[in-house]
Each structure stands twice: as structure tokens, then as C-alpha cells.
Design a protein around this ligand. Sequence first.
Ligand code: ATP
Ligand code: MN
Length: 465
Amino acid sequence: MGRTRVREALGSEPGGQSITVAGWVRTKRTGKNVVFLEVNDGSSLSNIQVVVDSENTNLGQTAELITTGASVRATGELVESMGKNQKVELHAAELELVGEAPGENYPLQKKRHSFEYLREIAHLRPRTNTFGAVARVRNYISFAIHRYFQERDFLYVHTPLITASDAEGAGELFQVTTLDLERLAREQSSGAGPDYTGDFFGRSAYLTVSGQLNAEIYASALDRVYTFGPTFRAENSNTTRHLSEFWMIEPEIAFCDIHCNMDLAEDFLKTIIAGVLTDCGEDMEFFDKRIEPGIIESLSAIADSTFTRISYSEAVEALQKSTVKFEFPVSWGVDLHSEHEKYLTEEVFHGPVIVTDYPKEIKAFYMRLNDDEKTVRGMDVLVPRLGEIIGGSQREDRLDVLQRRIKEMGLPEEDYWWYLDLRRFGSVPHSGFGLGLARFIQYCTGMANIRDVVPFPRTPGNAAF
Ligand code: ATP
Ligand code: MN
């Protein structure tokens, strides 16, 4: 393409052949006979400084027209920089204004903008330091996750986005239909329920909340698999940790009990975190300096730590012993809230905690029932600052128990006939977990709001861009 990316240019020695860089102007400073342009092309956090001799009529006239936000192309030699911020700078022999950005209208002026404001200009926010860094870390983590599983002989399976079953049994589903909604409303008000036989799939259908049940099918044949794709939840939780659309990574492994599942989750998190620290150095330093001071140290500690493993009952006991006044009081049987999860990780165990054996009432129907008949082999991985980052379980592999659980939870058994078949024919103990990609990126970058680690967040009331 005849262009050098800014990252590569900044890592080069001064002198040598003339090169071309292209990108967007972050700032322009005008000196006596010279104009300095800070140009960024997204390849790194750092800009390249393009130095323009404004005495040169051609260059000077072009430089005059350039403003913050404009796109430019510059060709010249890399010269040792006098500035302390960079080793080299580019002395422009040619300068082209590719796309102007009329100054007064450009919404991204040099001053610091709030993340709330930047959400309203999601089409321009990737041009900021923060969102560029988040995009690069997100890219790195996605690739590292695939590499982690591929190197360990896991098979990537694509599970459908449109499903007929509610995998979590939680009823937080977006319905997919081609039915005439107005007619449907009339029918419903006249007492008759909607008739889905005329719907596109001949039955009611939804956007998936999890690929797990489909992944279990493949794990029951290919031993170890993972999914990595979008999921959708119509939960009305306006928190800093929930999205309506998010990507989930779900490994599923045959011949694997809850302990093997916990080992995998722990090794997986530590490996990816260690990789982020070594391979995203410049961006992580930025997050450490500007977003979450101390994050590099805390992530390094986690990469070297051993996760604490406790049962739900032990967690409840620890919480009840605490003198902290929680918004949601704790007693055996209640679901843990993020305030409890943070307390356990930050105040009690000072690091990640894996909680297992939750009351069956607060977990999904597919988790393996323990002999006490009260708890199930679920596991949540909790981390400081965030709370739950992974939810998983050993799956119920006994046909009769699974049928009983489906009935107890009031779910339609006929919808799960194929899921039950896996327990009829060659059933194996198997386990898996789900990691929300965005939540993990939030954790690694220290970004306070999950809306700022996905390019185009979907949340209740918001599907712009
Ligand atoms: P939470 O209690 O935080 O709502 P959950 O118990 O509903 O989580 P699971 O159903 O176990 O979560 O999903 C597995 C993982 O998916 C979670 O550990 C989390 O990383 C991620 N996750 C779940 N819901 C969301 C959401 N609405 N937005 C982003 N990530 C999510
Ligand atoms: Mn949830």
C-alpha cells in the first residue's frame, strides 16, 4: 500500500528511505517557521509528529488548511526528534490534506470529553486514545482466546443465534417473529393466544441467551469444544456490567467434572491476563495511568495467584460474619449480588474466588444436582472490582434427575427432547462455563462502564449506531 503504519514508523531508526504515513490529526501546533501535526492511525496509542516547514509555500498552504480531525497523508524522512516524547519524527517533504474537518463543527476537540458524551458520538469515539486502546485490547483478547483453545485441542463450534429454547430458563428473551404484531395484539386482546404455527419458523423463536445447550451436543461427540459468538438478554438491568447484546465464550468439555472445570477457568483467565500484560504494554500503561491506577500491578498479581475455592454455604457464612451493612441482606438461599461478590474478593480473600454448590432454586435446570438434593454443581468465578466474570457448572448427566429438574422448574419437557437424548445415549459427565467477553475486557482495562468496551453497546432504551 506504500504506507508505513505509525507504530512501525515510531519503532524505526532515524534516516533511511523516505516513508509515507497516513492518519487523522489529533493536534496541530504552529511554531515560528514550522507546523507540528500529531497524527494517529490507530496502530498504536502514540502519534507520530509530522513536522512541516511552513516557509515552503506548498507545504505551508496545505498545513494552513489542516485542523484537528482532518485526515492527512505525509511523506518524508524519519529524523531524530528533539522532543522528549518520541524518538523520531517525520519531516514532511510532501503533505496532502485528504479529508478536511471544518474546525468549529468537529465534535472531538482536543479537550477531555466525558465517556457519557462520547457514547453519543460512537461514530467518532474510536479516534480517542481511550477507545483506540480498548479496541486494540479487545482485538488482542479475542485472538488470544481462540489461540488458547486451539492450542489445547478445543474445536470451535458455531451455535445458532435464533433458537426455540430458553437455555437459561430465565425467560429474558428477545422474541423473533415475522407475525403481524398489530394483528397479534388484537388477537390477544380478544382472549385468543397468539398462533405461532403461522410464524416464520412455525413456532415461537428467540434470540439465543447462550450457546451452551448446542455446545453440549458437540461436546458429546467431539469431546472438547468452545463457542464464541453473540448472545442476547432482554434483562432490564441498567447496571455498569450488563448489556442486552454481548459476546460470550463458552467451552464445554466431556469427561470433565466441576474440579476440572474450575482448573480450566482459572488457567484460562490467568493465561489471557498474562498475555494482555505482555502483549498490550503501551495500552495497558495508558489504562494504568489514566483509567484505573494500579491495574497493571493488580492484574499481574492475579496472573500469579491461586484462586480461592469455596462453597456457596461458606460464602454466605463469611458474608454473615461481616460487619458491613449490605443493601441486600444475606441468608442461605439468596442469590449473591455484586456488593457481596466484591466484598468476598476484595475484603475477605483478597483475590479471585470460585464459589460452587449454589442452592438449586437460584441456578439453571441443567446444573448437576448434589447428593444433598439442595445444591447444584454450579461455579461462579468472582474477581475484585467487578464481581462475577464467569458462570459455569458441571451439567446434569443423569436422565431421570434431569427430567425431574425440568419438571420442577416448570419448563416444557418436549422442547428439550434432544437435550434429554444426550443423557439417553452415551451420557458422560461434562462441564463448561460462560465468560462474557465485554465483562472480561472491562476487567482488563479498568473501564468503569461496560458500555465503553463494546464498539456499539445495546442496552435498554439504546440501540443507536
Ligand atoms: P450476572 O449475575 O452478572 O447477571 P449471570 O449469572 O446472568 O451474570 P451467566 O448466565 O452465568 O451470567 O452468564 C455467563 C457470563 O456472561 C457471566 O459470568 C458474565 O461474564 C456474562 N454476562 C452475563 N450477563 C451479561 C450481560 N447482560 N452483559 C454482559 N455480560 C454478561
Ligand atoms: Mn444475569
